[in-house]
Design a protein around this ligand. Structure first.
Ligand code: AMP
Ligand code: MG
Length: 335
């Protein structure tokens, strides 16, 4: 039974995951930067990762009850992400691969969000709605790649939510608190709704929402913001669903935790005769398990990464090779 160890370090979280070929999760250890105020400073994240990385690794091996010699493949997130964060994880992975003579596989972080979602929801060929801090993309498998059928033209939705939170004095990550306030809102304030073809733009909405805070109760502002932002995402998802004719919609990334968003997606999917799924919350946020699992799929398809390959902060999901995904999506990857 092949065992893969994955290193995640694209942004705020350093994670080590260990999985086997059947998709069993043997270990999941993480440490995250939680700034008291303001956003994530890349250098601070890298500092935390280099200080605590070894400890996270040892905890993961202990949790899995395996030695490093029992691991068959070392996987790591090679991009996209913040340069300093990415490089810290890459150093750990390259060191382990070299020191213990293990094959190395660099994984696209977005592809990993998709693959862990497919594994845990048992979806076969979903239209993926990937909503994290930095990313907002509607993705589906077509003709050998995960293709992007719509995306943000400016900010990622999670960053929009966190920036709004900062204006309200809510610490990072602001999503859960804004969701809670939104639930108490009653009045829909007029806010700009920006869909351009199959793409989205959020900065106009963000500016108007911050301005609305001067005149309206926070609950109404959060409620209105969510209604508009999530309706925009649902509209482009519906368009992509009509175009791709997929039968499953899968929400992944930290923003997928939002109940109102889940509800809107479910209603839309149902009306189109599709089923909607949400990645289990524990694996919606960044983690090493998704890297380990995707690394294992890549390894079994023969992909390898050289020790000299640099990280790629701008590695798009549609640039990644995914030979394990066959026509009709290839299933969750579990034999
Ligand atoms: P990720 O980058 O995938 O780790 O996702 C983190 C983002 O998810 C942050 O911007 C959070 O504010 C956001 N988030 C977490 N929980 C929620 C929620 N309940 N509603 C909306 N956004 C959320
Ligand atoms: Mg992520």
């Amino acid at each position: 039974m092949l065992v893969s160890l994955g290193v995640e370090s694209t942004a705020h979280t350093f994670g080590i995951g260990i999985v086997d070929e059947k998709g069993s999760i043997l270990a999941d250890q993480r440490v995250s930067l939680r700034p008291k105020e303001g956003g994530i400073l890349p250098r601070e994240a890298a500092k935390l990762f280099s200080e605590r990385g070894a400890e996270v690794l040892f905890r993961a091996l202990e949790e899995a009850g395996v030695g490093i010699e029992d691991v068959d493949v070392i996987s790591f997130a090679i991009g996209p992400g913040l340069g300093p964060s990415l490089r810290t994880g890459a150093v750990v992975a390259r060191y382990l691969a070299r020191r213990y003579s293990k094959p190395l596989v660099g994984v696209n972080h977005g592809v990993a969000h998709i693959e862990i979602g497919k594994l845990l929801t048992e979806t076969r060929d979903p239209l993926v709605v990937y909503l994290s801090g930095a990313n907002t993309q509607i993705i589906a498998y077509e003709n050998g790649r995960y293709r992007v059928f719509g995306e943000t033209l400016d900010m990622g939705l999670g960053n929009v939510i966190d920036t709004l939170g900062r204006a309200m004095g809510i610490p990072f990550p602001a999503g859960p608190k804004i969701e809670e306030l939104a639930r108490k809102g009653k009045n829909l304030i007029d806010l700009p709704y920006t869909v351009k073809g199959s793409d989205l733009a959020f900065t106009g909405l963000l500016t108007a929402t911050k301005k609305a805070l001067e005149k309206h109760p926070a609950e109404d502002v959060c409620f209105s913001f969510q209604e508009v932002a999530f309706a925009m995402v649902t509209e482009v998802t519906e368009r992509a669903l009509a175009h791709t004719e997929k039968e499953e919609v899968l929400l992944v990334g930290g923003v997928a935790a939002n109940k109102r968003l889940q509800e809107m997606m479910e209603t839309m999917a149902k009306e189109r005769g599709a089923r909607s799924y949400v990645v289990p919350m524990k694996y919606a946020a960044d983690n090493g398990v998704m890297i380990a699992w995707t690394g294992l799929l890549a390894y079994k398809s023969g992909l390898r990464t050289s020790l000299h390959e640099p990280v790629n902060p701008y590695f798009r999901v549609d640039q990644a090779e995914i030979p394990w995904v066959k026509e009709r999506g290839g299933g969750s990857g579990v034999p």
